[in-house]
Design a protein around this ligand. Sequence first.
Ligand code: FAD
Length: 414
Amino acid sequence: MKKVVIIGGGVIGLCTAYYLVKEGHEVVVVDQSSMDHGASYVNAGYLTPSHFVPLAAPGVMKQGLKWMFNSASPLFIKPRLDRSFLSWAWAFNKSCTAKNVSQSIEVIKDFNLWSAQLFSEIKASEKFTFQLENKGLLMLCKTEKMLEEELHLAKIALDQGLEVNSLSPSEIQAMEPHANIDAIGGIHYQCDWHTTPHEFMKELQDWLVGKGVKFYKNERVGDLQTLNGEIKSITTQNNTFTGDEFVLAAGSWSHMLSKKLGIRIPLEAGKGYRINVDQHTGITIPAVLAEAKIAVTPMNGFTRFAGTMEFSGVNHIINPLRVNAIATGAGDYYAGLKVSEDEKILAACGLRPVSPDGKPYIGKSSKCKNLTIATGHAMMGWSLAPATGKLVTEIISEKKTSMPLDAFHPDRKF
Ligand SMILES: Cc1cc2nc3c(=O)[nH]c(=O)nc-3n(C[C@H](O)[C@H](O)[C@H](O)COP(=O)(O)OP(=O)(O)OC[C@H]3O[C@@H](n4cnc5c(N)ncnc54)[C@H](O)[C@@H]3O)c2cc1C
């Protein structure tokens, strides 16, 4: 049994804590926040084998540059004369290739499928009640160009063994009889699942507390004390924590801490927004509004609209123009839906930790023997959390990992 200190109590930290406890390790979680907001709470709750194309794909950087001066665009890259941003942008641009996409598809798809299975296993074995539904995901298109692109991706998905159907407008309407959908066609990915994030986060946290995991909230890890290539302790404003092993699951802040150990993991915060709509929408199946890049999720008791990827540094500033763009986009695809001013005012945001090549960092850097890094999951951190937690636990328990980790190595070059 080892004493493991996890830095970060988002979904990656909590799922890691879950599997570590299951293996009999003693676990402490330290988080700088109150652990009730941020990316792991505002996300769209998708488990996404369908999202097998990494963010770093051909044309994405070009699109980002085009939209640089459009404050309502779904992708926004704020240019900054900051060394860490510039080297990330350079590496991201280098990764936006067909080769990166083709090398990533199978890895990302298998990782997501396995993780969705683990979500089900956790729910069953702990008798959790959080929403976990397999209604699939609709890709709704309003233009021929987008439909063509989505049909091309659907063909790749079929070749990858995923269950996918293309749909006419009347078939879409038949699947969603109580929502008035305005789309010229779409795709149904039956392989996807959805959840209500805060339900899972709460049940998992309560379970961990019941198993003796100690949580230290509102404590920011500022320093890491090392000796002979190992962390001896970490310190917050109030405490010093010692351990045999440490896990860095600090989301969009992870690179700031790893830098203190001489470990360079290029990472940028990709801000996303969500609006919760309490009024009746009639929406029962999750959907991505393809041109507007909005994710729609029928959650337990409300409908969530989530979107935008805003690279503007580590901050939680809400840009009302982006919130409005999501609300307007929702009304464009679901005729008659009007997001209220109150719902817009209550919009929240979170930071996705984005690596340059769209793949997470999972594993140990050669520069520190007892630190396992688990971050950089970008748009898939929710979906991939259980599988990541299991892999981290296998590393710490010195077991053979359930899948090869070379593609996720924290020391990889871009
Ligand atoms: C709008 C939106 C929609 C999304 N939709 C989906 C989706 O449908 N499916 C999907 O798979 N993913 C989705 N994502 C992405 C997903 O939410 C993230 O990838 C995931 O939540 C990241 O989890 P994390 O634990 O790595 O980071 P976080 O949730 O950010 O947790 C990191 C934690 O570390 C703590 N921390 C940081 N620095 C320190 C420090 N120095 N000391 C102590 N604590 C520290 C922070 O307080 C934080 O609580 C979405 C994200 C957004 C924003």
